[in-house]
Design a protein around this ligand. Structure first.
Ligand SMILES: NC(=O)c1ccc[n+]([C@@H]2O[C@H](COP(=O)([O-])OP(=O)(O)OC[C@H]3O[C@@H](n4cnc5c(N)ncnc54)[C@H](O)[C@@H]3O)[C@@H](O)[C@H]2O)c1
Length: 403
């Protein structure tokens, strides 16, 4: 029988509820997991949401003060799904209290806050898992294996996109996401970490960048009293200023010599969530789009068959696919990726070995984001460097442990 582990959750918006569902489903999909989650307490500033944690989501207790979660003696692991401005205070307090953390990206408002969280986690010696769950898509794991095995030859080109429309409506309310005090960075913090982590996880560290950013929708309606989270529109509201970027794009140089580009937008009409990549090597290529989660486009120039991409469908044997579906062609979904991440989090606590992105990986990612942000200001190429200013230092992020 698996040992019970007390779970506390901070914030019950989209991500907090998703973390909760992931814990609830974990043993259905991973009966062999060494730890069995017990939902002890959850916090949300909105009392109705906090009460709902106990009434509907299965927590034994609820609170409107996140400190009650972090300080609870029966909580051993804390899910932090709060707005960005709370990442650092909650994560640092949790680590110092000896709690393991499953923290949503971007882990603070700006890279400096991510580095502070990294130091607190290291000093406390607790485990950390970061919400970079596109890594856990089975065909993405398969793509990573193909690249690592050298099947595509030398990797020469990389293109990464996260083109979204969640902020394309000018009537989309001016929530915490659009303010420096709430979110910090715009898309550079909100979605660029997914693109950067994906690229570095697939083909290796980014060495330098040349970036640009733009805010296309400069004012939005203020949030009405009592509403503050999620995405919603307000008609004829009083307008306030958007304080961070809608768009960021960059040219990339990888340490292994590959060259690439990356584009992120939250106001891009057309694609809804085009989180995608294309990797080209000297002997083949592959590409993937989140909106076709279970399909990899693969082209091997190995002399057999027609030239061009073919579709490879997710199947047992790729990543954790078999934990969710019995055969190729039966689709996994978005929420499943969080179940896989929850399992990796608890297993890392059980045996001290990271299987998902950890704080080291998000620190590495935010160094690249920091270089992009600096480049937007200077207009030139910027090296990825560690917080002390040295270049070429990849930090512990490069040394990922693998399952
Ligand atoms: N991994 C991913 O792909 C992904 C996707 C979406 C969001 N996120 C991240 O998850 C985090 C939350 O995003 P979301 O979309 O769930 O936001 P959301 O706006 O839907 O929810 C935020 C929640 O925080 C609560 N809250 C506000 N102040 C609080 C306080 N002082 N104490 C406790 N709770 C408080 C709100 O009431 C709300 O329930 C963000 O950091 C975001 O970057 C990650």
């Amino acid at each position: 029988m698996a040992r019970e582990i007390g779970i506390g959750t901070v914030s019950l918006g989209w991500m907090g509820q998703l973390h909760t569902r992931a814990y609830r489903r974990l043993l259905d999909h991973y009966p062999g997991c060494g730890l069995r989650p017990r939902l002890v307490i959850a916090a949300d500033a909105v009392e109705e949401r906090a009460r709902d944690a106990a009434d509907r989501l299965g927590y034994e207790g609820w609170t409107t003060d996140w400190r009650d979660v972090v300080g609870h003696p029966e909580v051993e692991a804390v899910s932090i799904a709060a707005p960005n401005y709370l990442h650092k205070p909650v994560a640092v307090a949790a680590a110092r209290a000896g709690k393991h953390i499953w923290l949503e990206k971007p882990c603070g408002r700006v890279p400096a806050e991510t580095y502070d969280i990294g130091r607190a986690v290291e000093e406390a010696g607790v485990r950390s898992t970061i919400g970079l769950m596109y890594r856990h898509v089975p065909v993405v794991e398969y793509a990573r294996e193909i690249i690592a095995a050298g099947d595509l030859g030398e990797i020469t080109h990389y293109r990464g996109y996260f083109l979204a429309d969640y902020a394309a409506d000018p009537n989309g309310a001016l929530t915490w996401r659009y303010k420096r005090s709430g979110a910090g960075l715009g898309v550079l913090g909100d979605i660029m970490p997914h693109s950067v982590d994906m690229a570095q996880n697939l083909i290796g560290p980014i060495e330098s960048v040349s970036a640009q950013k733009e805010t296309f929708i400069r004012t939005r309606p203020e949030v009405p009293e009592g509403m503050g989270t999620g995405h919603f529109t307000v008609e004829d509201g009083e307008l306030g200023t958007v304080e961070n970027e809608d768009y960021a794009g960059a040219l990339l140089r990888f340490e292994n010599g590959a060259r690439g580009t990356m584009e992120n937008s939250r106001t891009c009409v057309g694609p809804h969530v085009r989180m995608s990549f294309e990797v080209n090597g000297t002997r083949g290529a592959l590409s993937w789009d989140f909106q076709r989660l279970n399909e990899l486009q693969l082209y091997r120039t190995d002399g057999t068959g027609d030239r061009g991409y073919r579709t490879v469908r997710a199947a047992p044997g790729m990543g954790d696919f078999a934990n969710f579906q019995p055969g190729a062609g039966i689709s996994m979904g978005y929420d499943d990726l969080k179940v896989a991440e929850a399992e990796r989090f608890l297993s890392s606590i059980a045996d001290g070995r990271d299987r998902a992105a950890s704080i080291h990986d998000i620190v590495s990612t935010m160094r690249v984001v920091d270089a992009m942000d600096r480049s937007c200001d200077t207009g030139g190429w910027e090296a990825v460097r560690d917080p002390t200013g040295a270049t070429g230092e990849r930090g512990v992020g490069a040394a990922r442990e693998r399952a």
